[in-house]
Design a protein around this ligand. Structure first.
Ligand SMILES: C[C@H](O)[C@H](O)[C@H]1CNC2=NC(N)=NC(=O)C2=N1
Length: 97
């Protein structure tokens, strides 16, 4: 089992950075908009490598240059520190796109 998130400061930072909580507070969501499809897909590829290394995987959908993301930890039945780490990686990689 993975522990539930207790770091409220980290969560606040993500909310300030455009992440939202879903209605149950169980998932972090964000919509990323890129210049075009290939930039979106390149970002997804880089994030996928991080996710695989972490063994922590996003729920996401891509339509053309937009990627909608939801992060949650099934193991914890809500948010964990892994979601915070992956959210930060996504923001960091989007800054390189
Ligand atoms: C067996 C394996 O460790 C689990 O299924 C992992 C894989 N990826 C995962 N990803 C996410 N987002 N939440 C999980 O609880 C999770 N669990």
């Amino acid at each position: 089992m993975t522990d539930k998130l207790t770091d409220r400061t980290a969560l606040e930072q993500l909310l300030d950075g455009g992440w939202k909580l879903d209605k149950n507070g169980d998932a972090l969501t964000k919509t990323f908009l890129f210049a075009d499809f290939i930039t979106a897909f390149g970002w997804m590829t880089r994030v996928a490598i991080h996710a695989e290394k972490m063994n922590h995987h996003p729920e996401w959908e891509n339509v053309y240059r937009r990627v909608r993301v939801a992060l949650t930890t099934h193991d914890a039945g809500g948010l964990s520190a892994l979601d915070v780490t992956l959210a930060r990686k996504m923001d960091e990689e989007a800054g390189r796109s």
